[in-house]
Ligand binder design. Structure first.
Ligand code: IFM
Length: 804
């Protein structure tokens, strides 16, 4: 039976999530992208596109904070010339409740929306080709009423072209630089902007530079009219739901040099009874002076009218193949369908999205402000490193460029401007060694450590030096107690006043530093750097002592010390008594003695478990406390103030697995999977609101009346952690420098599972027929000692492992 909720279901192979009712609680969206061109696409055709940077190189508009929401979009409207009725093939923006059929299929890198109304079936597939900076809207119209029909087809998209932040704050002035004309030869609208703002900081005077791109918008049907003036196309006191041009059937053929830009094309076709027509709408972007490659030829040679369809269908097949290849890296067959759907498809896919979009382009991360977060960057590699280590290597090397020679880093950066913010979050530099170690464990490619990368301020250093400097910077910035000073915050951005005077110290930060030091020791050893090895080992032991001497509160570890020395996260407090991360990382870092690890986990279970996962802190802050910070200004039960913050909840799952509590770890993992947490309240999806196929950043906890409501879907560190905890710790594929350790920890309800994991050029096929401790392991039929698979011992590409 398919996994379903009241708005849709997963297909049997989990590759598509099918939405059957367009009236979802929020736009449920998807991504389509290649290494440069990217777009968001909602289940009703909304969303925006950009090239490389959603702030600096926005292609099309999204209206922020507007009603109706999810506007504008990529719309194809059809009008029946006989009746004058018109409608959208993607349901919005015309939003008629009398559609005979509606279905949206979100797949990997594409979205297909199918509708039936007024005797016409419309099927529109949106995607971005793997290697061309374009988006394709591939359309099929089918006549269903048994009568010949005269139809008008209108495809349109509101453009932005350039800096999206400037478009918001300097809109009237920005209007004067658009330039759109209709190219008769190409039969395409060609659009550009003669001025580009590249934000290097906030400055009134902007440099005088050209936007170096041109956009081509075409439709592979004979064009009977066009418009590029948004005002003219839409008309006065109207919206994209009822453009005057569509209503009257009259395009004004406007070509603009100022004003709000749209690309709108009209075609008139006759559709014989029960016949179909296929066509493609293509938006392509190319540097000025270069020709477009995909924009359909206006006069194809006789007999080759369908050539463009063949071309775009080939592009689409390439896209499907690419994702088939990507997902084949890990495939599992377990008794839990939701787990299979997540690990085999949606969690891998979400992790790939976070790798490319960071926290910088979504419906909840508008792409105007933040750029790429350094700590996010070094975590987001976790999903893609299994599939494409070469891309990860390149990413890591680029990101290291945002580290300073003293070991500190920018907190976030903008690729196109090579700028960013130095916020002084205490944990940020430490994600560098974290990410490098993860890369090494997956690939065994120690040559990366010899690569030389420029520091952001001065001089260069090898990757190994970058790693050592990050660790030494953290060690140098410990406070009077010997734990990391928290400064502007640690992983928890909202603990921003704990150490504003530079004195406050973080327990989580101490555990995290301990973890990263320990994980880096084999790297120092491999480099023959005895001095660093000993320094780091010694500091790790120092952290063990200090955290256990002064951070144990009796039933759990406290979270931090304020500037004035008062602890946070203690039983004696009236709010914010117990913080999840301090407990999980005490275990993950292996700094807690067993009795305290057990107690810290038990206290977390007692005070922080909810039907949706683990609360990040409890009880939530109800009084504003400026010695703690923004956390106490968040609504109780939401965000970092006591929500089920999935990223932190996933770390608890990991800690529970490491601490031997497989059953409870699985219970929390299971609750967190979005198809499950979206069903956990009586109001179900209507309360959860965000997509049931991807993890949201947080789910509102029982500390707020809207408990069960999710927010910030897609772009969250939860994606990679849930994926890797599922693969590495539940299924038990644990890459190490020496090879792959196999150590499954599955719930009692599973009798076993099978899984395939690619690793360093080989495919490991695992069959587990025992849910308890590994009693016996065979590799290619031979019993082996221990849990490590040393790949060098096996010549074949396929290695069969059986665990019983
Ligand atoms: O750690 C951060 C993350 O980098 C961005 N989202 C919020 C998290 C917790 O504050």
């Amino acid at each position: 039976m398919a996994i379903a909720n009241q708005y849709g279901y997963y297909t049997e192979d989990y590759r598509e999530f099918v939405i059957t009712d367009p009236r979802t609680p929020r736009p449920w969206f998807n991504y389509m992208w290649n290494s440069q061109y990217a777009g968001l696409i909602s289940h009703t055709g909304g969303g925006f596109s950009f090239l490389e940077s959603p702030r600096d190189n926005r292609i099309s508009r999204m209206r922020y904070n507007c009603l109706p929401w999810d506007r504008p979009g990529r719309y194809v409207m059809v009008k029946d010339a006989a009746t004058g009725k018109y409608w959208s093939l993607s349901w919005a923006p015309t939003i008629d409740l009398n559609y005979d059929f509606y279905e949206c299929r979100h797949g990997q890198g594409y979205t297909t929306i199918t509708t039936e109304i007024n005797g016409i079936r419309g099927e529109i597939t949106y995607f971005v080709p793997t290697d061309t900076n374009a988006e394709v809207w591939r359309v099929k119209l089918t006549e269903l009423s048994g009568q010949s029909r005269d139809l008008e087809v209108y495809s349109f998209l509101e453009l932005l072209m350039g800096n999206a932040l400037n478009d918001q704050i300097n809109q009237p002035n920005d209007k004067h630089f658009t330039d759109i004309h209709f190219d008769q030869e190409l039969q395409a609208l060609v659009a550009t902007r003669r001025y580009w703002v590249l934000n290097k900081g906030v400055s009134v005077k902007q440099p005088n530079i050209d936007w170096k791109y041109q956009i081509y918008f075409s439709q592979s049907l004979p064009i009977s009219g066009f418009d590029s003036s948004l005002d003219t196309f839409i008309g006065r006191w109207r919206s994209e739901a009822n453009p005057v041009a569509v209503e009257t059937g009259v395009m004004q053929n406007t070509e603009i040099t100022a004003g709000d830009p749209v690309v709108a094309l009209q075609s008139k076709i006759n559709l014989a009874a029960n016949s179909s027509v296929d066509f493609a709408v293509v938006l392509e972007i190319a540097p000025k002076g270069e020709s477009p490659v995909l924009t359909p030829s206006p006069s194809p040679p006789l007999g080759e009218e369908d050539k463009i369809i063949e071309i775009v269908d080939n592009y689409f097949n390439n896209l499907k193949q690419k994702w088939g290849q990507h997902l084949s890296c890990v495939q599992v067959q377990t008794p839990d369908k939701a787990f299979n759907a997540m690990i085999n498809v949606w969690n891998q896919y979400q992790a790939a999205v976070t790798f490319d979009m960071a926290r910088n382009s979504g419906y909840y991360h508008g792409g105007l402000l933040f750029g790429t977060g350094m700590r996010d960057r070094f975590q987001d590699i976790l999903g893609v490193v299994m599939v494409d280590p070469a891309r990860v290597r390149e990413r890591l090397l680029k990101a290291l460029n945002f580290q300073f020679k003293d070991g500190s880093t920018l907190h976030n950066y903008f690729v196109l401007t090579n700028t960013g913010e130095r916020t002084n979050h205490s944990d940020t530099p430490l994600w560098i060694p974290f990410g490098v170690v993860e890369y090494l464990k997956e690939t065994g490619d120690f040559s990366i450590l010899e690569e030389v990368v420029h520091y952001h301020d001065d001089t260069s250093g090898t990757v190994y030096e970058h790693l050592v400097r990050a660790l030494d910077f953290a060690i140098a910035n410990t406070g009077e107690r010997g734990m990391p000073r928290i400064f502007t915050g640690d992983w928890n951005d909202t603990l921003d006043h704990v150490g504003s005077q530079g004195k406050g110290e973080t327990t989580w930060g101490a555990f995290f530093l301990g973890y990263v030091l320990k994980k880096s020791l084999p790297v120092c050893e491999q480099q023959g750097d005895r001095e660093a090895f000993e320094r780091f080992q010694k500091f790790y032991e120092h952290l063990r002592k200090v955290t256990n001497d002064i951070c144990w509160d009796g039933e759990w570890y406290l979270r931090a010390f304020r500037d004035n020395g008062e602890p946070i996260g203690v039983a004696a407090a009236t709010q914010g008594k117990i913080f999840l991360n301090a407990q999980s990382w005490a275990v993950i870092s292996e700094l807690a003695p067993q009795d305290r690890a057990d107690k810290a986990m038990a206290s977390s279970r007692e005070y922080l478990a909810t039907p949706f996962g683990m609360q990040i802190v409890a009880p939530s802050f109800t009084e504003i406390d400026d010695t703690v910070g923004l956390i106490s200004r968040c609504v109780p039960g939401k965000k970092e103030n006591g929500a089920v913050f999935n990223h932190a909840s996933s770390w608890f799952v990991l800690a529970s697995l490491l601490n031997g509590d497989t059953e409870f770890a699985w219970e929390i993992y299971r609750r967190m999977m979005p198809i499950n947490s979206s069903q956990a309240t009586e109001a179900k999806c209507d309360r959860f609101e965000t997509e049931p196929y991807v993890y949201p950043e947080y789910v509102t906890s029982p500390d707020h009346e809207t408990q069960g409501q999710a927010s910030h879907s897609w772009l969250t560190g939860t994606a990679v952690w849930m994926l890797r905890i599922g693969i590495d710790h539940i299924l038990g594929f644990q890459p190490t420098f020496e090879g792959m350790i196999i150590d499954p920890k599955i719930p009692a309800a599973w009798s076993g599972f099978t899984a395939q994991r690619k690793f360093r050029g080989k495919t490991l096929s695992l069959t587990v027929t025992n849910h308890c401790e590994v009693k016996q392991m065979t590799v290619n039929g031979e019993v082996i000692e221990g849990k490590l698979i040393d790949l060098a011992k096996y010549a074949d590409d396929e290695i069969a492992i059986a665990v019983s």
